[in-house]
Design a binder for this molecule. Structure first.
Ligand code: EPU
Length: 432
């Protein structure tokens, strides 16, 4: 007898089927910031008391970080938009490779583990689709705080020698303003003996959010949001109840959804200072933006071409380069986009070309000639922000666009299709 094979849903590839050309209207809500939430969760390792984080986004990366912390012995309780973490019985000093490998942010654990226990072993997260992403600056800084660090067989092992196994404050000058290195070193310094000064620190809003949490836990941090951060180490930190900032990259993506569909859309809540460079570029494109103190309403009609170059904050964010390219693919005129943060973050160009975009690349620069109309096609988001760029392009294209690569999209966008559908888009999650 021949067996009939019925494919199960798990074997099928999820995709978004977008029926393009619909105007958006009304209001869309922004969730808590992924890149803040991930580092704030790691900061739970700094105290034996309970840390409650509110405004948590529902993302697969948050689940991944929870698994890593649970593997270290952190007790975790989760609600719809909150998480409570208690690290009073840490049972392991080394998160498992399988978990670390799927989530780069897991490397954050090294700073607080080392500060609290005097020892940590964290597998190297390795490169990823968008670039090599070294951790040299993190390691250099931990050594400056007195840790002995070795890297062998793909594992970073760090130990604080001497009685008490406590890190000692020091002066650290970062060669580049790495967000991850700044955050790792702030957490390490929060429980070190004495004062630490981090020079050439990252100024991203997520760094300020981490400083806010450390202060709420009884720590002392000055200068977060400027290139020089000073941290006075404490003997102990206590628990806290803390609210994650809104996701500036999700907010930017939603504003771009309004722009690419030539609609009027309110995006809320937004902290406008977190999006200064993006707001300026949208205005340069001809969009009208109105900030009412809680949200921003974008009105778009004609879109003019603009040039942009990604930079560390407060410059234009690399995480919105791909989504902005989708918009410029529909603009009137020629734009030049330069990716200056990651060495391999133009992989969405090929898929945008499949949709009729006119783009040439040379190294890390893309030359975009706006076209009158994109056309729906099957495409794949090669990383998180590339997947968002495909969704935006699909909203503007004629016909149907099917976007695969949702394992990336779901890492960083909390119910993107639901939010856009509520504003008038037509997006269905199907299994191909
Ligand atoms: N770099 C070094 N040496 C280091 C560390 C970094 O040369 O030791 C370089 C990197 O190779 C890269 C640049 O510095 O060229 C920026 O890297 P950074 O360390 O600032 O990035 P990250 O901390 O690894 C975070 C976000 C990214 C975001 C970047 C830049 C998290 C979890 N990730 O990464 O978010 O693109 O900052 O803003 O916070 C995303 O959300 O899609 C994402 C990739």
């Amino acid at each position: 007898m021949t067996a009939t094979l019925i494919p199960s849903q798990q074997l099928l590839v999820p995709q978004l089927e977008i029926c393009g050309g619909k105007k958006l209207e009304g209001e869309v809500r922004v969730s808590g910031a992924k890149n803040s939430a991930l580092v704030l969760m790691a900061a739970s390792l700094l105290t034996e008391n309970s840390l409650r984080l509110r405004n948590m986004p529902a993302l697969s990366d948050i689940g991944g970080m929870a698994d890593i912390l649970a593997a270290l012995g952190v007790q975790i309780e989760r609600g719809s938009d909150w998480v409570e973490l208690q690290a009073n019985h840490l049972s392991h000093i080394s998160p498992p490779y399988e978990l670390v490998n799927s989530l780069r942010a897991s490397f954050f654990c090294i700073g607080p583990l080392l500060a609290r226990l005097g020892v940590a072993r964290v597998p190297l997260p390795g490169g990823c689709k968008i670039g090599a992403r070294p951790v040299v600056e993190h390691v250099k800084g931990l050594k400056a705080l007195g840790a002995q660090v070795t890297i062998e067989h793909g594992v970073v092992s760090a130990v604080v020698p001497g009685r008490g196994h406590r890190l000692t404050g020091g002066r650290i000058h970062l060669d580049c303003p790495s967000v991850g290195a700044t955050e790792t070193l702030m957490m390490a310094a929060a429980l070190a003996d004495g004062e630490t000064v981090i020079e050439n620190a990252a100024q991203e809003p997520e760094v300020i959010d981490l400083a806010g949490l450390i202060i709420a836990m009884g720590g002392r941090v000055r200068g977060a949001g400027t290139p020089t951060i000073t941290i006075v180490g404490m003997e102990k930190l206590h628990g806290a109840n803390y609210m994650v900032i809104p996701d500036r990259i999700e907010a930017g993506t939603l504003l771009l959804a309004g722009a690419i569909t030539r609609s009027s859309l309110r995006v809320t809540p937004v902290i406008p200072e977190h999006l200064g460079a993006v707001i300026s570029k949208l205005e340069e494109c001809g969009c009208q933006l109105n900030n009412d103190g809680i949200g921003i309403t974008i009105k778009a009609d004609r879109i003019n071409a603009v040039d942009l170059r990604t930079q560390p904050f407060p410059g234009f964010p690399t995480d919105l380069q791909a989504p902005f390219m989708s918009l410029l693919a529909t603009a009137e005129g020629s734009s030049v986009i330069t990716e200056a943060i990651f060495e391999n973050r133009l992989q969405h160009v090929g898929d945008l070309q499949r949709m009729g975009a006119d783009i040439r690349t040379q190294g890390n620069t893309a030359f975009v000639e706006g076209v009158a109309q994109l056309s729906g096609a099957p495409v794949t988001g090669s990383d998180l922000r590339a997947a968002a760029a495909m969704v935006l392009a699909g909203l503007a294209a004629d016909g149907t666009t099917s976007v695969q690569g949702l394992q990336h999209l779901d890492r960083g966008y909390d119910n993107l299709e639901g939010k856009l559908n509520a504003a008038g888009a037509s997006i269905k999650r199907t299994y191909a």
